[in-house]
Design a binder for this molecule. Structure first.
Ligand code: DP6
Length: 325
């Protein structure tokens, strides 16, 4: 049986940064994101008669810790399905890998869906979200389309994402691709370093939980302004917690900061736009879909050297094609 799944990256409006359990990937706080309609990852799984799993990403064989993460998810699916065939996993990203554009979120959401299908595991969305989480925390959210909240939970069973209904205006995310170079510190290591050494980490955890409650309320009431303000606050507080690490973790570059300023200037001129950034220098600007073109035009004026991609709310991870060998 060969199964192919497709998934899209998500961008957190309330960030996930820091784990309380590294093995189970339980986060220190809950988070909330928008799944996009750009940069899909397609993953095909073929069950083989070989004795080892094979993992190929964008044409290159993975080994060591990179393939270990994939094999962890495959092992969990094998355990749940009671089967033990090895798999050949072939994954193709359309976003530069590890550049802070959430490629791992799309990749592990696609992996969980493709693996459950290949091993004929009858998994509900919650189980798929928990499986994706074991590959990469943020992937728990890409199982769902649109807005999703990952509830931190207290154990494996209770830590999963769920979709949220948005009653506000149609959303867009303008992605400013400052750099597609691979990041110097992986988010996994940077996160660990922040947890272990930043004196601001406890304050981040405490305040982000409050932001999540407020964001959930803003989603329920369809309050775009509150959503935007909370989005910027969560992003800046996350980066502040990283600045306090030893040695510091600094993903934002001069261009990223200039983009945050340009977004603030847009707001001053009456266009509601709010900036966020993840484990990389790229800045994503949340705005109403109806304002996306003017946001691109204005940001291009301020920062002409940057490439802009407009994304909207996208679909959750799903099976793209199947064939029985
Ligand atoms: C900054 O999900 O990549 O994008 O669980 O260690 O794989 P691991 O981390 P990952 O971290 C994403 C961090 C972030 C914020 C977010 O997406 O919430």
């Amino acid at each position: 049986m060969t199964s192919t799944a497709i998934a899209h990256p998500n961008i957190a409006l309330v960030k996930y940064w820091g784990k309380r359990d590294e093995e189970l990937i339980l986060p220190a706080t809950g988070s909330l994101s928008l799944t996009l309609d750009v940069f899909p990852t397609t993953t095909t799984i073929e069950l083989t008669g070989e004795k080892d799993d094979v993992v190929i990403l964008d044409g290159a064989h993975l080994s060591g810790s990179e393939s270990a993460r994939v094999i962890t998810v495959l092992d969990l699916v094998r355990e749940l399905s009671g089967r033990d065939e090895r798999a050949r996993v072939t994954s193709t990203n359309t976003v530069p890998t590890a550049a802070g554009l959430a490629s791992s979120a799309a990749a592990f959401a696609a992996l969980a869906v493709a693996a459950a299908h290949s091993y004929e595991l009858d998994a509900d969305a919650r189980t798929l979200s928990r499986l994706a989480r074991r590959g990469s925390g943020s992937a728990s959210r890409s199982v769902f389309g649109g807005l999703a909240r990952w509830n931190a939970g207290v154990d494996d069973e209770t830590s999963f994402a769920e979709p949220l209904e948005w009653r506000g205006p149609e959303l867009a995310m303008v992605i400013a691709v400052v750099s597609s170079a691979r990041k110097s510190v992986s988010s996994r290591n940077a996160m660990r370093r922040t947890v272990e050494t930043s004196p601001y980490f406890p304050a981040w955890v405490e305040s982000n939980a409050v932001l999540l409650d407020r964001m959930s309320e803003a989603v329920t009431t369809g309050d775009f302004t509150a959503m935007g303000e909370l989005t910027e606050q969560s992003a800046l507080r996350m980066h502040a917690s990283m600045f306090g690490a030893v040695p510091p973790v600094r993903y934002l570059t001069a261009s990223s900061v200039a983009l945050f300023d340009a977004v603030a200037a847009l707001r001053d001129s009456g266009v509601e736009a709010y900036a966020t950034a993840d484990a990389g220098p790229n800045v994503k600007t949340l705005c109403r879909a109806s304002d996306a073109d003017s946001v691109v035009a204005r940001l291009s004026d301020a920062m002409p050297s940057v490439e802009y991609v407009v994304a909207h709310s996208g679909r959750g991870a799903r099976i793209a094609a199947e064939e029985v060998a």
